[in-house]
Design a protein around this ligand. Structure first.
Ligand code: MIC
Ligand code: SF4
Length: 644
C-alpha cells in the first residue's frame, strides 16, 4: 500500500517509536513559531533549559496578539522577546508585521518540513504541504532545544474534493462543510488530508483557510499536497527554491474517505457559540447585523482582501453596521495600499485596523450588547468577542462584505455569478522582510521589565493526594472558559496575576477559593464533561490552575493539546471509566487518591474516593507521559534528560 502525503513527511522525520496509527512517535522538528501571548512563557522555559542557541532550521517569534499597549505590559513583553530572541538565535517578527500564521506561510514555510507552533492554528502551514502542528509553549521550547515532539501517529482521513466551487462560494464554506460533518469533538489523533481534482482549483491562501480552521475539529493537523499551485505561490514569494512536489501515492491507504463535491457546497455560517454549529446562510439571510469584522489568520490574505475591496468599491457600509478590516500581514497591507484597493475599503466607511489578531482574540472591537457580529475568523466561543451577550457568526469574507453594505446577513448566492470578483493570485508579491530581525552575533542584554515573571516551577507528584472538587463544568469547555484572553491577555508573562482570572466567567470565586485551599494543603480537582480543553494551545490553561493547586482534572474526554499541556505541568488527566459517574459527583465533594505514583508508573486505571464513594478512572498515558508526571512536569523531566 502506498503512502499519504502525511505519512511521507512523518516517515522522513520520525526519530522514536514505530510509525503506525495509534502508537506514540517522536518526530524531528525543522521549524518553530511562537506568538507573543504564548511566546514569553515558551522562551522563559527555553532559558530554563540552559541551551545556548536554538537547534532548529529556523525559529520565528511573532508579535501579533498583544499589540494594543494600553499599559506597559505588552511593550515589556515585546522588548523581552526581541532581546531574548537575538541572543538565542531566533528571528523576531515585529509588531505590525502581521499574524504569525499568515507571515509564516508567506515567508518561511516549506513543503515537506515539520513546523511546531505555540498556537493552535499552526496547521495553516498544511496549506503548502507541511506537517504543521500546534502545541504548548513548553513543547515548542523543547523542540527549539533539539528535542523531538511526541504525538500519536495519526489516523489519516482523506477528504476528497471534486469539481469546482460556484461563484460566491469559498474555501471558508468548504471548511464549514467539513465542520458540519465531523463536528468539534471526537477527532483527536486524526489528520485530514485533502486530495481530489478539486484541489488544483484552490489557491494556497484558500487551502490555508481550510487547514487553519481544521484546528476547530480538534484534529492533529490538516494537509494539502504540494503541487504546481504551491510552486507558483512560493515563486511569487521569491522562494521558488523552497518548493518540492509532494503528492500522495495513487494507492495511498486512508482510514476513512469523505467526499465533497465542491459544486454543491453552499455558503455557510457557524452560529453562536461554536464553530461546529453550522447553518446555511440561506436560512439566516435577512437577520440584522450590527458589526462585521474581516481579518484574522483564517481569512485575511491578499485574495480575501482584494475580493472584499471589490465588493465594497463605490458602496457604503450600512449606517447600523460597524465594519472592521484587519489585513493579515504587512505584505497584504502594503499590496492593497499600493494598488488602490485599500482606498476602496476606506471609501466605504470601513475601519482599518493594524495587521494583528485584534478583534479575533478580543483585543478591542467588542460588539454592542446583544449585537450580531459577522466575523471571518475561526472561533466564536461565548464571550471571546469581549461581549458576553453578543451573537457571533463565522462567515466568509464575501458574505461579510455584502452584509456590511446591506446591513443584514446577505446570501452571496443571490448575487449574479458574473458579478463575482474573481481575483487572480499575484505573480509577484511585494517582498520586504525588514520587520523581521534576524538573530545577532553580539546580542545586547536581555530586557526584563516588571511584567516579565519567572518560568513556572512544579514539584514532583505526591503519592497521596487529599483534595476537593473545586468546580464542575459541562461538555465542550474551551481554553477560553478556563483562561480568558481579551483584557486579561496582558498578564500572560505574570502567572500569579493571570491565575486570578482562571474560570473567571464560569465561577468568579473559583480562583480565590482554590488558592485559599492550596495554602491549607488541599488540592483542587476540576470535573469536566466531554472534550475538555477545546480550542487554544495556551498552556496558561494548565499553568495557572497548577499555580492554584490543581493536580488532577477528571473528565469524560480531553482534547489533545490541552491534555498534553496538563501533563507538561504535572496535572494528571483522568478519564471516567463509566461516563455516567459524572452525574454523581458534586462541587465540594472531598477526594482521596492513594498510590498515585505506582498507578501512574505502571497501571491503566486508578481508583479514587470521591465524596465517600469509590470511582474508577482510566489512565491512558504513554511511557514518556508517565515519566513526565512523576517528575512533576516536562521542564523537570527535560532538564534531567538534557543534563544526562
Ligand atoms: C486563539 O486563537 O485562541 C489564540 C489566542 O491564538 C490561541 C493562543 C493563545 O491563547 O495565546 C491559540 O489558538 O492557540
Ligand atoms: Fe490570532 Fe485569532 Fe489566529 Fe488566534 S485565531 S492566531 S487570535 S488571528
Amino acid at each position: 500500500m502506498g503512502h499519504s502525503v502525511c505519512y511521507k513527511i512523518l516517515r522522513d522525520h520520525v526519530v522514536e517509536g514505530t510509525l503506525s496509527p495509534g502508537s506514540e512517535i517522536g518526530i524531528r522538528i525543522d521549524q518553530t513559531l511562537t506568538q507573543d501571548a504564548t511566546g514569553t512563557m515558551a522562551y522563559l522555559q527555553f532559558e530554563a533549559l540552559g541551551i545556548p542557541r536554538v537547534k532548529t532550521e529556523i525559529s520565528v517569534s511573532y508579535v501579533d496578539h498583544n499589540t494594543i499597549q494600553m499599559g506597559f505590559e505588552n511593550a515589556d513583553d515585546h522588548a523581552y522577546l526581541q532581546t531574548m530572541n537575538a541572543r538565542f538565535g531566533i528571528h523576531f517578527s515585529r509588531a505590525g508585521n502581521g499574524i504569525c500564521h499568515q507571515v509564516h506561510l508567506e515567508r518561511f514555510g516549506r513543503p515537506g518540513a515539520t513546523l511546531l507552533g505555540s498556537d493552535s492554528h499552526t496547521p495553516t502551514g498544511g496549506g503548502i504541504g507541511m506537517i504543521a502542528i500546534g502545541a504548548g509553549g513548553l513543547d515548542v521550547a523543547v523542540a527549539m532545544g533539539g528535542g523531538p515532539f511526541y504525538l500519536t501517529a495519526p489516523r489519516v482521513i482523506n477528504v476528497r474534493l471534486t469539481g469546482r466551487l460556484r461563484a460566491w462560494v469559498t474555501a471558508k464554506d468548504i471548511i464549514l462543510t467539513v465542520l458540519g460533518i465531523l463536528g468539534t469533538r471526537g477527532n483527536v489523533g486524526t489528520v485530514l488530508e485533502y486530495t481530489g481534482d478539486g484541489v488544483a482549483g484552490l489557491s494556497v491562501p484558500e487551502r490555508a483557510t481550510i487547514t487553519n480552521m481544521g484546528a476547530e475539529l480538534g484534529v492533529t493537523t490538516s494537509i494539502f499536497p504540494s503541487d504546481d499551485v504551491t510552486r507558483r505561490f512560493l515563486k511569487a514569494q521569491a522562494r521558488g527554491d523552497a518548493w518540492r512536489e509532494i503528492l500522495p501515492d495513487l494507492d495511498a491507504g486512508y482510514e476513512r474517505l469523505i467526499d465533497i463535491d465542491l459544486s454543491a457546497v453552499e455558503p455557510l455560517a457557524a452560529a453562536p457559540h461554536s464553530p461546529g454549529k453550522i447553518k446555511k446562510i440561506s436560512e439566516l439571510a435577512g437577520m440584522p447585523v450590527q458589526q462585521v469584522a474581516i481579518g484574522s489568520c483564517t481569512n485575511s490574505s491578499y485574495k480575501d482582501l482584494m475580493t472584499v475591496a471589490r465588493i465594497l468599491r463605490g458602496k457604503k457600509v450600512a449606517p447600523g453596521v460597524s465594519c472592521i478590516v484587519a489585513p493579515g500581514s504587512r505584505q497584504v497591507f502594503e499590496m492593497i495600499a499600493r494598488n488602490g484597493a485599500l482606498a476602496d475599503i476606506i471609501g466605504s466607511g470601513a475601519r482599518i485596523m493594524e495587521s494583528a489578531c485584534g478583534f479575533c482574540i478580543g483585543a478591542g472591537q467588542a460588539p454592542q450588547s446583544g449585537g450580531v457580529s459577522l466575523r471571518t475568523n475561526n472561533r466564536n466561543f461565548e464571550g471571546r468577542s469581549g461581549t458576553a451577550s453578543a451573537e457571533v457568526y463565522l462567515v466568509s469574507p464575501e458574505t461579510a462584505a455584502l452584509s456590511a453594505v446591506s446591513g443584514s446577513l446577505t446570501n452571496p448566492l443571490d448575487r449574479p455569478a458574473k458579478e463575482y470578483p474573481d481575483i487572480a493570485m499575484p505573480r509577484q508579491f511585494i517582498i520586504d522582510d525588514s520587520m523581521i530581525i534576524p538573530p545577532a552575533d553580539n546580542a545586547p542584554d536581555i530586557v526584563r521589565g516588571p511584567n516579565i515573571g519567572e518560568p513556572p516551577r512544579t514539584s514532583p507528584l505526591a503519592d497521596e493526594l487529599q483534595g476537593v472538587i473545586g468546580l464542575k463544568v459541562g461538555d465542550n469547555i474551551t481554553t477560553d472558559h478556563i483562561m480568558p484572553a481579551g483584557p486579561r491577555l496582558k498578564y500572560r508573562s505574570n502567572i500569579p496575576k493571570y491565575a486570578e482570572y482562571v474560570f473567571e466567567h464560569v465561577d468568579p470565586e473559583f480562583s480565590r477559593r482554590a488558592l485559599a485551599d492550596r495554602l491549607k494543603g488541599i488540592y483542587t480537582v476540576i470535573a469536566g464533561g466531554l472534550s475538555y480543553g477545546q480550542g487554544s494551545s495556551r498552556e496558561h490553561a494548565a499553568i495557572c490552575p497548577m499555580y492554584l493547586g490543581v493536580r488532577v482534572v477528571i473528565a469524560k474526554s480531553f482534547e489533545r493539546i490541552h491534555s498534553g499541556n496538563l501533563i507538561n505541568f504535572g496535572i494528571v488527566p483522568l478519564v471516567f471509566k463509566n461516563p455516567n459517574d459524572y452525574t454523581r459527583i458534586n462541587v465540594g465533594d472531598s477526594i482521596i487518591a492513594r498510590g498515585l505514583i505506582a498507578a501512574i508508573k505502571e497501571r491503566d486505571s486508578l481508583g479514587i474516593t470521591i465524596g465517600g464513594a469509590d470511582y474508577e478512572f482510566v489512565l491512558s498515558l504513554s511511557e514518556r507521559q508517565r515519566a513526565i508526571l512523576v517528575a512533576g512536569g516536562l521542564l523537570n523531566y527535560t532538564r534531567k534528560k538534557f543534563s544526562a
